[in-house]
Design a protein around this ligand. Structure first.
Ligand SMILES: CC(C)(COP(=O)(O)OP(=O)(O)OC[C@H]1O[C@@H](n2cnc3c(N)ncnc32)[C@H](O)[C@@H]1OP(=O)(O)O)[C@@H](O)C(=O)NCCC(=O)NCCS
Length: 198
């Protein structure tokens, strides 16, 4: 049987512009047809943030997943979504260098369960200059348990808007301990990725 090895690539904002159409196609396949923000304005906006990083996974020539994130600005309103303030309000103070936030992570359905999000996650967080990473996750998906297994702690419930579903905000100190093995026995073989930087 032929092994189709994943290729992980790290991009800056220019990569988000160059890959805009396939990235939007993945998002549409995973989340359904794009509506109000169907023009991909969210991606364009994200790519303007300082410290923007996009990580992609290709299998053969096909883009099958991506993750992106960026540094929170001093003026960021990211923490406004937290429903319960933490005991230490200092946790929510941003200085423009403190926090890397994960904005999106998606893998096409027929490529899931092969460790690609694990690879995306580790590459996203690798060699970041910030002190910590933050993300917002749906508590009902297996990925929440995966983040806990990968060392993330839950800060509290989170809503993007007052009428949006309730998610969980999570934090992880940086740097991340690299190269943790997968937490479950591999059901399918994955090879060592070739890592590119553009
Ligand atoms: C969440 C998502 C990105 C996961 O992608 P994936 O490539 O299938 O994930 P992985 O194969 O790397 O698995 C990640 C973890 O999920 C769990 N997992 C995945 N497949 C599993 C399976 N078949 N059985 C049990 N656990 C499984 C494992 O805990 C695994 O952690 P490990 O690598 O330490 O063992 C993908 O399902 C997706 O795109 N979902 C829709 C969008 C979304 O919800 N994004 C998450 C935003 S935070």
């Amino acid at each position: 049987m032929t092994d189709h090895l994943p290729t992980i690539t790290v991009h800056g904002p220019e990569g988000a512009h160059a890959l805009r159409e396939p990235l939007l196609a993945i998002r549409a396949e995973v989340k359904g047809p794009l509506s109000a923000n169907g023009d991909g304005a969210w991606l364009t906006r994200a790519a303007t943030h300082p410290g923007f990083r996009l990580v992609t996974v290709h299998v053969d020539a096909e883009l099958v997943g991506y993750a992106f994130g960026y540094t929170l600005k001093r003026s960021s309103r990211f923490w406004d979504g937290l429903l319960t303030p933490p005991e230490d309000p200092g946790l929510l103070v941003e200085d423009g260098r403190r926090t890397f936030v994960g904005g999106d992570m998606m893998v096409l359905p027929h490529h899931r369960g092969r460790g690609y999000s694990h690879l995306l996650h580790d590459t996203m967080a690798h060699s970041r200059p910030e002190q910590r990473a933050a993300l917002v996750v749906d508590p009902d998906i297996a990925q929440h348990a995966a983040y806990r297994a990968w060392g993330w702690t839950t800060l509290g419930e989170y809503r993007f808007t007052p009428d949006s579903p309730t998610y969980l905000a999570m934090l992880h100190d940086l740097p991340l301990t690299p190269a943790r093995p997968r937490s479950r026995p591999p059901g399918r073989r994955i090879g060592e990725p070739a890592t590119n930087t553009t």
